[in-house]
Design a protein around this ligand. Structure first.
Ligand SMILES: [Zn+2]
Length: 267
C-alpha cells in the first residue's frame, strides 16, 4: 500500500530537526510522498532545501498563510515568485482565509490570498488552501477567479456536504486529516460520501492535527518528543477512519487517494 501525505509542515520548528528521521519512518510504513507547505517567507528556503534533499519524496509548496499575512515584507510577492521560478516542481500553499479569533484585517487576508491564487493560475500550479469559518467568502472568491484547471486542495476539509459539488466543479480536491475526528461522525460521513472518489485526499497536517487513537490504530509518537505532535506515519490512522466512514476497504481508499494526489501534484 502506498500513501501520499497531501499536506504537512515538516519544516515546522517543532519537528524540523527530526524531519529526516520522520520521513524515513513514514517511507518504511508506505507513505512515499509528502506535500510540505511553507507558511511564511522564512519557511520557503527551508522547504526548497527539503525538496532537494528528499527528492522525489518531498513536494515543496510555497505560500503565505493567513496567520502570517500581517508580518509580510514589502518584497514578499517578488520572493515568492522567485521561489517558484527556481523550483519548477513546487505547488502553491499554504494560503487561505481565516476568520478565527485573534485574526487581523480580513480585507488584507483576501487581498493576499487573491494575489497568490492569481500567481498559481499564471504559473499553472496546484494550490493548497486553508479555510476557517470563511467558506462563503472562499467560494465567492474561487468562483470569481476560477475555474482552476491545475486543481486546488481544501486542506483538513470540514465543510458541509452541500458545498462539495460547487468546489469540485471549480477544480477542488478534498483533503482529510485527524481534524475530521472532531466533526460529528454522522455529519462527516454524509460529507465524505458527497465527495467524488477521484477528489479524495489524505493528509496529516503534521505536526498538528494528531488523530485520536481510539478512532483508528495506535499512534506512533514522535520519539523523545512532545506526545501531542503529529507526524506523517500517522496518516494510516486517518486512512482507517475515512475508510470506516465511507464503508470502503482501506486498500481501495489508499489507492484512490494516492493516485488523486499524484494527479494533482504532477502538473
Ligand atoms: Zn497546514
Amino acid at each position: 500500500m502506498k500513501l501520499f501525505d497531501a499536506h504537512c509542515h515538516l519544516q515546522d520548528p517543532r519537528i524540523f530537526d527530526k524531519a529526516p528521521q520522520l520521513i524515513a519512518s513514514a517511507i518504511d510504513s508506505g507513505v512515499v510522498r509528502f506535500a510540505v507547505n511553507g507558511v511564511s517567507e522564512q519557511d520557503w528556503p527551508l522547504v526548497k532545501q527539503m525538496g532537494e534533499t528528499h527528492k522525489p519524496h518531498v513536494v515543496p509548496c510555497f505560500g503565505l498563510h493567513p496567520w502570517y499575512v500581517a508580518d509580510r515584507s514589502p518584497n514578499w510577492l517578488k520572493t515568492l515568485r522567485e521561489s517558484f521560478d527556481s523550483t519548477p516542481s513546487a505547488a502553491v500553499g499554504e494560503i487561505g482565509l481565516d476568520k478565527g479569533k485573534k485574526m487581523g484585517d480580513f480585507a488584507d487576508q483576501v487581498h493576499v490570498f487573491k494575489q497568490q491564487l492569481e500567481l498559481a493560475k499564471e504559473l499553472k500550479r496546484p494550490v493548497s488552501i486553508h479555510c476557517v469559518r470563511a467558506f462563503g467568502d472562499l467560494l465567492e472568491i474561487m468562483k470569481s477567479l476560477g475555474p482552476f484547471p491545475q486543481g486546488f486542495l481544501l486542506h483538513s476539509f470540514l465543510g458541509s456536504a452541500e458545498m462539495v459539488p460547487e468546489f469540485a466543479n471549480l477544480g477542488g480536491y478534498f483533503s482529510f486529516s485527524g481534524f475530521l475526528m472532531s466533526m460529528k461522525a454522522s455529519k462527516a460521513k454524509r460529507m465524505l460520501k458527497a465527495v467524488p472518489f477521484d477528489r479524495i485526499l489524505l493528509e496529516t497536517d503534521a505536526p498538528d492535527a494528531l488523530p485520536k487513537s481510539e478512532e483508528s490504530e495506535p499512534l506512533q509518537p514522535v520519539e523523545g518528543d512532545d506526545a501531542s505532535l503529529n507526524h506523517p506515519a500517522n496518516i494510516h490512522n486517518v486512512l482507517v477512519y475515512v475508510a470506516s466512514l465511507l464503508e470502503i476497504d482501506k486498500e481501495e481508499v489508499a489507492e484512490a487517494s494516492y493516485h488523486n494526489a499524484v494527479r494533482l501534484f504532477s502538473y
